[in-house]
Design a protein around this ligand. Structure first.
Ligand SMILES: C[S@@+](CC[C@H](N)C(=O)[O-])C[C@H]1O[C@@H](n2cnc3c(N)ncnc32)[C@H](O)[C@@H]1O
Length: 314
């Protein structure tokens, strides 16, 4: 694999500086991808520390197994959703956890494989599954879902201002032909041309693709479960570092961290606390950490990345 074929890890130096991996401690990489974070952790937690890493994509696991073969005795590969983190820790009796890292979304390896549909420049069927064993695909959504349901996900998961219009065009076009990636792209361009004459700064297909990917993989549901469980399994003084790539994901993370950093989460109207909620974490990054101009130049995909870090206190 050449340097150009590799996924370049985003905000890696920053993640490591907050997690401070120690020799012989164990770590969890919730999103293995190209193995960049895992490799960096393995170099720091040698000689006996282990890394448990998750990926829904069996291709990502196979490639990382090759890349990380030097350290095979210290890696536990889990081809499952990171929302199963708690049960996997119990199953493997994984202890001495020094920290958890998570880098959301898709990897360069996935976007490069045009048959998977992650790029809005792809041709053919829209797949968009991280895990090829699950049944729902983007193809099924655009070719069978009701217009209202398509519009709802485009709005809720993509913040697409033309959600209704695009959904209507999809449903009308599919009476004539199957909606492929290419046709979907053309319908989005048509919707935008009818509404605005000046092209927008970002490709208008970005929002629709994001929405479909989130729906296919039920990303928000699994992210919320992961956050809950990751904080629950972290030992006191250990940290969770999480990188996200769009505002909806970042908001879920920020809001959950804020809630778990508070002693009381009762509604404001109540004069007395009845929730008995206790802060479990402290927020280490008051504002999200973003890539430097040099990193963005080296790796343009990093431009929308945001890193948030918490530390377990209770
Ligand atoms: C951005 S890449 C991670 C890149 C990695 N940090 C590196 O340095 O190479 C994200 C990976 O997470 C996987 N993924 C996304 N959502 C997941 C989930 N809910 N559970 C497990 N893996 C997931 C994707 O399949 C993808 O391979």
């Amino acid at each position: 694999m050449t340097q150009q074929d590799k996924h370049i890890p985003v905000l890696l130096a920053e993640v490591l500086s907050y997690i401070e991996p120690q020799a012989n401690k164990n770590y969890i990489d919730a999103t293995l991808g190209g193995g960049g974070y895992t490799e960096a952790l393995l170099k720091k937690n040698a000689p006996l520390g282990k890394v448990m890493c998750f990926d829904l994509d069996s291709d990502a696991i196979l490639l990382a197994q090759k890349r990380l073969s030097l350290w095979q005795d210290r890696v536990i590969y889990i081809n499952d959703n990171f929302s199963t983190i708690k049960s996997k820790i119990d199953e493997y009796k994984f202890d001495k956890i020094g920290g958890i890292v998570c880098d959301l979304g898709y990897s360069f390896l996935q976007i490069k494989d045009r048959s998977r549909g992650f790029s809005f420049e792809s041709q053919g069927e829209l797949d968009l599954r991280y895990n090829k064993q699950t049944s729902l695909t983007g193809h099924e959504i655009v070719n069978t879902w009701q217009e209202n349901d398509i519009a709802r996900i485009l709005k809720d998961y993509g913040e697409e201002p033309l959600a209704r219009k695009i959904a209507k065009l999809i449903v009308s076009e599919r009476k004539k032909t199957k909606i492929t990636s290419q046709i979907l792209r053309e319908l989005i361009i048509k919707a935008y041309r009818q509404r605005w004459s000046t092209p927008s700064r970002i490709n208008p297909a970005t929002r629709t693709w994001q929405a479909l990917r989130i729906a296919v993989n039920d990303e928000f549901y699994h992210l919320k479960i992961f956050l809950q469980q990751a904080i629950a399994v972290l030992p006191k003084t250990s940290r969770l570092a999480i990188v996200s790539f769009h505002s909806l994901e970042d908001k879920i993370i920020k809001d959950y961290f804020k809630q778990e950093a508070k002693d009381c989460i009762c509604p404001k109207e109540l004069s007395k606390c009845i929730c008995q909620h206790r802060a479990q974490i402290k927020i280490i990054t008051k504002k999200p950490i973003i890539p430097t101009a040099q990193e963005i130049q080296r790796n343009p995909r990093s431009r929308s990345a945001k890193l948030r870090v918490i530390e377990k206190i209770n």
